[in-house]
Design a protein around this ligand. Structure first.
Ligand code: THU
Length: 155
């Protein structure tokens, strides 16, 4: 028997300490929150993708009265990238979320979104820089999304 372990390396920092590129990406994710359609959960999630040509692709969670028909903010943005912008690779993705009171709160991506993010890395052969807003002051940064879903499915 062999016992194995995995370590995840990531950074937690103040939003005020981000470089301009990261700060703008987080701002784009925050702006996307305005396009959240979340009348059922009242939990608004915004995401933004930075492309290799400097363009942004944004997504917001879209809910539906038939609950499973809705989609998370990250996959809204990633599938939009795949459909409309895939000539340019995904450099980074940022996510932020607000609760019903308009307060920032932590929303790590769900397993399905991570699966799609990991496959995007495989597809483009490039690591995706991933930023998740923790609260109104802090952000966490992951260099590559594979560490968040080390046992992802692939054919
Ligand atoms: N949600 C996202 O948009 N991204 C995630 O990674 C997790 C959850 C959305 C789905 C739903 O509209 C709401 O948050 C509450 O679950």
């Amino acid at each position: 028997m062999e016992r194995k372990s995995i370590t995840i390396n990531y950074i937690q920092t103040n939003i005020s300490e981000l470089n301009n590129q990261d700060r703008e990406l987080l701002f784009q994710a925050e702006k996307s929150i305005d396009n959240s359609y979340s009348p059922y959960s009242h939990f608004k999630v915004g995401s933004a993708i930075l492309l290799s040509n400097g363009q942004y692709v944004r997504g917001a969670n879209q809910e539906n009265s038939a609950y499973p028909s809705g989609l998370c903010a990250e996959r809204v943005a990633l599938f939009s990238w795949g459909t409309n912008y895939s000539d340019n690779n995904v450099v980074a993705i940022a996510i932020c979320a607000k609760n019903i009171n308009g307060e920032f709160c932590l929303a790590y991506p769900c397993g399905s979104c991570l699966q799609v993010m990991v496959e995007t890395e495989i597809r483009t052969k490039e690591k995706i820089r991933f930023l998740v807003q923790i609260n109104d002051l802090k952000v966490e940064i992951f260099e590559g999304v594979e560490s968040l879903l080390p046992f992802s499915f692939s054919l």
